[in-house]
Design a protein around this ligand. Structure first.
Ligand code: HEM
Length: 500
C-alpha cells in the first residue's frame, strides 16, 4: 500500500493517498451502489484529474475526455470482460476494436432512422397497453400489479414502475418480436434474469474471482436462443418487422453471398460473422443496453416536468399544436413529434442533469502516454467522467436548474451549448448504437403520456438512486397524480394512426 501510495508512477496525481493505495475502497463504493456520490466528491476535493485506486484515474476535464473517448478513442477497459456471455465478447463488452467495428457495421443499419420507422407500430402497441392499464387503475376497473403501487390512494400512479415495465415490453417487441407483457402482468421471468445477470456482471467486474462463486448462468441467453430458433422455424409466416428479423435476414444474405461462417466459432466471431450464437448474444445485449436506460430517463424527465408545471404546460402546448389534426384519441406519430424543439430540449436537459453514466466511462491506456501533462503508464484505467461537465457552470450556466430552453438557440438565455460538453450516449467509436431507437421511444412515450393525462407532483418522496450499471430509484417507486385530460378519450377507444 505504501508503495502504491508514494512510489507508483501515478503517485503524483492528486487524490486521497489511502483510497488510491488499494482497490478496497473503490470495490466497497461500487458494491454499495452509491459510487455516484464518491466521484463528484473526489473531483470537488482534488480537481479535474483524481487518482481513485492504484491504477485508476477519474477524469473530468473537457479536453482530456474528448481525447480519451473520441480523438485517441482508447479501448474499453478490461472490466467489461464481466459482460462477455459464455466467453463471447459482444458489442457492448468487446475490448477488441476490430471485432466491435465489424459487429457494429453489421447491426448499425438496424438502428438507422429508416429501419426504425418500421418499429413505430410496435412501440405504439406497447404504449396503448400502458394507457389502458393506467386508465383502468384511475377508473378503478383494474388493480395495480406492482406491489409498491397497490396501496396508493385513488388518482396516484407509480410511474417509475410503469416505465420500467413499459421499456421492457418495448425492447421485447422491437428486438425479440414478443412483448414481455410486463405492463399487464408484471410476471415474465426474463426481466428478473436480466437483473441478476447485470448484478452478477457488475460484481465480477470488481471482484473477478466471484465468477467461481457465482458462475455463468445461461438462462438469460436461453431466452434469446429460443427466440432465434422459433423465428427461424416459423419461416416466411413468422416474419416480423423487428431487430431480430433484421439480424436473421442479414445472416441469410451473408450466407447467400457465400461469405458465411467458416465453422470455427472463434474465427467467425473475430471476423464479425453473424452466427446464430452472435445473433442470440447481441439480441440479449440490446435488452441489457436498452431497458433500464430508457426507463430511468423517461422517469427522470417526468419528475422534472411535474416539478416545473410551467415547463410541462409549455411542452403540452407544443404537442397539442403538433398533433391538432389527428383523429380524436390517436397516438402521435413519430413524424409529428421527431423534430419538436421543446420536447427534445426537455429530454436533453433531463439527461444532462441525470445521465445514466454517473459511474464514468472506463477506458484502458494501451501504451505509456502523456495527456495534458499527466503521465499515464500502460495499464492505467481512465474513467472519463462527463457528468462533471454536465454539471459545470463553465459550460452550463445555472447548471443545477432544469432549463430545457438552453437547448433551443432562439429561446436560450445562454450562449450555445459547446461541442464535447454533453455525453448522454457517450461518444467516439463506442457511443450508444441504440441512440436513435432510445430517442424515438422517449419522445413517443412522453408525448403520449403528456397528451393524455394531467399530471401533478406528489411532494416529499425519496428520490435517491442506487447505481450498479445504470441508476435506479432506491425505493423502486415514483408517484405522480394523474387524471385523464378533459376531452382525451379513454384508451379502450384509442386507435393508432399507424396500423399494427
Ligand atoms: C435513454 C436510453 C439510453 C442511454 C442513455 C444509453 C446510453 C449509452 C451509453 C452512455 C453507452 C456507452 C457505455 C459505455 O461505453 O460503457 C451506451 C452503449 C451502448 N448502448 Fe445505449 N443507451 C440507451 C439506450 C439504448 C438502447 C435502446 C439500446 C439497444 C436497443 C442500446 C444499446 C447499446 C449498446 C449495444 C451499447 C454498446 C456500444 C458499443 O460499445 O459499441 N442503448 N449506451
Amino acid at each position: 500500500m505504501i508503495s502504491n501510495a508514494f512510489f507508483h508512477p501515478l503517485a503524483p496525481i492528486p487524490g486521497n493517498k489511502l483510497i488510491a493505495s488499494t482497490h478496497l475502497f473503490e470495490g466497497l463504493f461500487f458494491l454499495s451502489g452509491r459510487v455516484h456520490h464518491f466521484f463528484p466528491l473526489a473531483h470537488k476535493l482534488y480537481g479535474k484529474v483524481v487518482r481513485v485506486a492504484p491504477n485508476i484515474v477519474s477524469v473530468a476535464d473537457k479536453d482530456m475526455i474528448r481525447e480519451i473517448l473520441v480523438t485517441t478513442d482508447y479501448p474499453k477497459s478490461a472490466v467489461y470482460q464481466a459482460f462477455d456471455y459464455d466467453g463471447h465478447e459482444n458489442l457492448f463488452s468487446a475490448r477488441n476494436k476490430s471485432l466491435n467495428k465489424n459487429r457494429r457495421r453489421l447491426v448499425a443499419p438496424a438502428f438507422g432512422l429508416q429501419y426504425l420507422q418500421s418499429l413505430e407500430p410496435l412501440i405504439h402497441k406497447c404504449i396503448s397497453s400502458l394507457l389502458q392499464e393506467i386508465d383502468g387503475i384511475l377508473d378503478g376497473s383494474r388493480t395495480a400489479k406492482n406491489k409498491t403501487s397497490k396501496a396508493l390512494p385513488p388518482g396516484q400512479i407509480n410511474i417509475y414502475s410503469f416505465m420500467i415495465r413499459l421499456s421492457l415490453d418495448i425492447i421485447g417487441e422491437t428486438i425479440f418480436g414478443q412483448s414481455f407483457e410486463m405492463v399487464k402482468d408484471d410476471a415474465h421471468p426474463v426481466p428478473q434474469q436480466l437483473e441478476k445477470t447485470i448484478k452478477r456482471a457488475m460484481t465480477q467486474a470488481l471482484i473477478p474471482w466471484m465468477k467461481y462463486v457465482d458462475p455463468f448462468d445461461s438462462s438469460f441467453l436461453d431466452f434469446g436462443a429460443a427466440c432465434v430458433k422459433q423465428r427461424k422455424a416459423s419461416g416466411e409466416e413468422g416474419r416480423r418487422a423487428d431487430l431480430l428479423q433484421y439480424l436473421i435476414d442479414a445472416q441469410a444474405k451473408e450466407r447467400e453471398d457465400s461469405d458465411g461462417e467458416s465453422g470455427d466459432e472463434r474465427e467467425d466471431m473475430v471476423y464479425g460473422k453473424l452466427t446464430d450464437k452472435v445473433i442470440e448474444v447481441e439480441a440479449c445485449v440490446f435488452l441489457i443496453g436498452g431497458a433500464d436506460t430508457s426507463s430511468i430517463i423517461m422517469t427522470f424527465t417526468l419528475m422534472f416536468l411535474v416539478k416545473h408545471p410551467d415547463k410541462l404546460s409549455k411542452l403540452r402546448s407544443e404537442l397539442d399544436f403538433a398533433t391538432a389534426t389527428n383523429p380524436y384519441g390517436s397516438l402521435p406519430t413519430y413524424e409529428q413529434i421527431r423534430k419538436l424543439p421543446y420536447l427534445t430540449g426537455c429530454i436533453n436537459e433531463s439527461m444532462r442533469l441525470n445521465p445514466t453514466i454517473t459511474l464514468g466511462i472506463p477506458r484502458d491506456v494501451d501504451e505509456d502516454v502523456v495527456i495534458n501533462n499527466y503521465y499515464f503508464p500502460k495499464g492505467t484505467t481512465l474513467f472519463a467522467h462527463p457528468l462533471q461537465l454536465h454539471l459545470s457552470e463553465e459550460y452550463f450556466p445555472q447548471a443545477d436548474k432544469y432549463i430545457p430552453e438552453r437547448w433551443i438557440p432562439d429561446e436560450s438565455p445562454f450562449p450555445p451549448v459547446q461541442d464535447f460538453t454533453y455525453y448522454p450516449f457517450s461518444a467516439g467509436s463506442r457511443n450508444c448504437i441504440g441512440k436513435n431507437l432510445a430517442m424515438m421511444e422517449l419522445r413517443l412515450v412522453l408525448a403520449a403520456l403528456i397528451l393524455t393525462y394531467d399530471m401533478e407532483l406528489v411532494p416529499n418522496q425519496r428520490e435517491d438512486c442506487v447505481q450498479y450499471l445504470t441508476p435506479s430509484l432506491a425505493t423502486g417507486s415514483y408517484i405522480i397524480k394523474m387524471k385523464r385530460r378533459h376531452g382525451a378519450q379513454s384508451s379502450d377507444h384509442r386507435s393508432c394512426v399507424s396500423t399494427y
